[in-house]
Design a protein around this ligand. Structure first.
Ligand code: DSN
Length: 414
């Protein structure tokens, strides 16, 4: 690359990724094929509209690649319609709200402090300024069970037009049937924001909300789905809903689709259809269970009491007296990347909360199995217990680097 400044930064990030262990549960590594498509000449092309009805000429290949992405994702999720143009998860969610609601309508979603996502109604977000968000919560943070009775009560009282299932920091299985029952009772549409677990659903390892009658699924494409940064909106069977969503994305909230990203999505969806990917998704879950075991043995409190998916939310302040921010910083020092996270009922502030959130999608892509995941969990706890011991941290950092070297980031997934 001629721009030496940017080249140096790319190399630096490559080295950081290669030498450290990525435990942020929403991150992953893409294959060189996904990277190739993402860095392709499709980035040069404007394609406002949809395949077969665009507002610019020269669409022979863009039409084909967008159709391919749609066909593949519909097969993976067993649904009739897909919009693959959302730039990411937040615009995907906004587009669904704009398509199906009018300003002032009520939406019911999981409380942020109980694992929900900012776009499900945090007061600082644009949707929260347009729509009225009400929430449901966990019945008991130590089991993670959702309080479906209360959810029903809130729904009957507030008559939401949309009910959202989905999360960014929740580790247990949702009962989609209950969501659908409650939605039918109050005449609401159901939307599942599956950004975190989309890949695990696509692989058939976790339940598909469409199988229980959900109307719409939104997701990002770069987490467990292992594609480029981007979003998708899927509609199970209603052409009316799908048409409204298409209009809501373009011309509603976006202009030209990013065709290079759509090409990369098509590649990633193709990879997700292979037996190798299914094996990967199964291992993601096994690896999270292996880490859960180590935390339990060490008496570290896990929100939800453990995990059914790829992530763990641990109360490190309550268990070890280390704050989430301290934990994130000290783990960065030894080459383990994860993120601080608020926990249900947190008495600490979001910028230095009680919890940490981590997961297995990226290390599983590197080839980690249960044995390595247990070791990583042990090193993580060891680091937190010895956060002021420089020598100990240096030795753990060395061990992490050795482990990372033994499991280089793969380039080919199929
Ligand atoms: N930022 C993503 C996550 O880390 O979960 C969700 O948007």
């Amino acid at each position: 690359m001629r721009d030496k400044l940017v080249e140096k930064l790319i190399k630096g990030e490559e080295k950081r990724q290669a030498e450290g262990l990525e435990l942020i549960p929403s991150e992953n590594y893409v294959s060189e094929d996904v990277l190739r498509a993402n860095g392709s000449v499709f980035t040069n092309k404007y394609s406002e509209g949809y395949p077969g009805r665009r507002y610019y000429g020269g669409q022979d290949f863009t039409d084909q690649v967008e159709r391919l992405a749609i066909e593949r994702i519909c097969k993976l999720f067993k649904c009739k319609f897909a919009n693959v143009q959302p730039h990411s998860g937040a615009p995907a969610n906004l587009a669904v709200y704009a398509a199906l609601l009018v300003p002032g309508d009520t939406v019911l979603g999981l409380d942020l402090s109980h694992g929900g996502h900012l776009t499900h109604g945090h007061p600082m977000t644009l949707p929260a300024k347009i729509y009225k968000f009400v929430t449901y919560k966990m019945k008991n943070p130590d089991t993670g069970e959702i309080d479906y009775e209360d959810m029903r009560k809130v729904a009957l009282e507030t008559k939401p037009k949309l009910i959202i299932a989905g999360f960014s920091a929740y580790s247990r299985t949702l009962d989609y049937k209950k969501f659908v029952e409650i939605a039918h009772e109050v005449g609401a549409i159901t939307m599942a924001d599956m950004a975190h677990i989309a890949g695990l659903i696509a692989a058939g390892e976790l339940r598909n909300p469409f199988d229980d009658g959900f109307d719409v699924i939104t997701s990002t494409t770069h987490k467990t789905l292992r594609g480029p940064r981007g979003g998708i909106i899927l509609t199970r069977e209603s052409e009316e809903i799908a048409k409204k969503i298409d209009k809501s994305i373009f011309p509603g909230i976006q202009g030209g689709p990013h065709m290079h990203t759509i090409a990369a999505k098509a590649v990633a969806f193709g990879e997700a259809m292979t037996p190798k990917y299914k094996k990967y998704a199964r291992q993601v879950l096994k690896n999270a269970k292996a880490m859960e075991g180590v935390l339990r043995k060490n008496k570290i409190r896990m929100i939800g009491g453990g995990t059914d998916n790829h992530l763990i939310l641990a109360d490190v302040f309550g268990s070890l007296g280390v704050t989430g921010k301290e934990a994130q910083t000290v783990l960065d020092e030894v080459g383990i990347t994860l993120n601080m996270n608020s926990i249900a009922g947190d008495t600490r502030k979001p910028l230095d909360p009680s919890g940490i959130r981590f997961g297995t999608p990226a290390i599983t892509t590197r080839g980690f199995k249960g044995k390595e995941c247990k070791l990583v969990a042990e090193l993580l706890i060891e680091t937190l217990k010895n956060k002021d011991n420089k020598k100990m941290k240096e030795s753990i950092h060395k061990e992490i680097k050795t482990l990372a070297k033994k499991f280089p980031i793969p380039k080919k997934f199929v």
